[in-house]
Ligand binder design. Structure first.
Ligand code: ZN
Length: 220
């Protein structure tokens, strides 16, 4: 009986380790081998190539659950037409996802609803070794794997700034634009959270490539 409990406890410990960042709050992280496998496959595919706006960086993290093998600093999408400010630090699969969202969703939606192209995305967060929603002891956020990006505003070529916080309940055109880029993100990312999800997301869109089991995707 005691032996089985010890065995159970060690299995649980192996599966669920408590990691602490050097400064941030503690969080719970699962052992998830798919992450490194997926990242290696992405790197080997050549899908992400370095250019003037995408630069490879040394491995992030270290002996903790946070980090990425070979993350990229992304300063712009769409061949430099759409700046990311500040630059985003993302793992390999996120780079083409952001690119696809910007080119196929954000750019056409801005032209259609607002009559001006987007020239800059305001990046509220990308890599960050922390618990979900900054709650001490919660699960490690996808941000901790450089597998997420938060976007808080869109700057248009005509100077108009559309923020999620104001625009979500703002003028008709801004509301339509923000709902279109939110809805369109759901066909690119596996998690899309916005102001309708909870108060933590009232001022930004959270986009990530988490695996939710089965064919699950979260679009709220
Ligand atoms: Zn986020």
């Amino acid at each position: 009986m005691i032996q089985s409990r010890v065995a159970l406890a060690s299995v649980l410990l192996a599966a669920l380790a408590l990691w602490a960042c050097s400064k941030g709050p503690s969080f719970v992280a699962k052992h998830e081998p798919w992450r490194a496998d997926e990242e290696r496959a992405c790197l080997a595919s050549g899908l992400v190539r370095e250019n003037a706006f995408v630069a490879a960086r040394a491995a992030l993290g270290g002996p903790s659950a946070c980090g990425a093998l070979r993350p990229f600093t992304v300063t712009a999408a769409a061949q430099g037409w759409v700046q990311l400010r500040p630059a985003a630090l993302l793992r390999c699969p996120m780079v083409p996802a952001v690119e696809q969202w910007v080119q196929k969703v954000v750019t056409p939606a801005a032209r259609y609803y607002l009559g001006s192209p987007v020239v800059e995305l305001k990046v509220a967060a990308s890599y960050s070794c922390r618990a979900m929603n900054h709650v001490n002891g919660a699960r490690l956020s996808e941000h901790g794997h450089a597998n997420a990006i938060d976007i808080s505003a869109f700057l248009l070529a005509n100077g108009q700034l559309v923020t999620v916080k104001v625009g979500w309940h703002g003028a008709f055109a801004e509301r339509n634009f923000l709902r279109a880029v939110h809805r369109g993100a759901c066909s690119v990312f596996t998690t899309v959270l916005g102001p309708n999800y909870d108060a933590n997301h009232r001022d930004h869109f959270h986009l990530d490539l988490a695996r939710h089991g089965n064919n699950g995707a979260i679009c709220k």
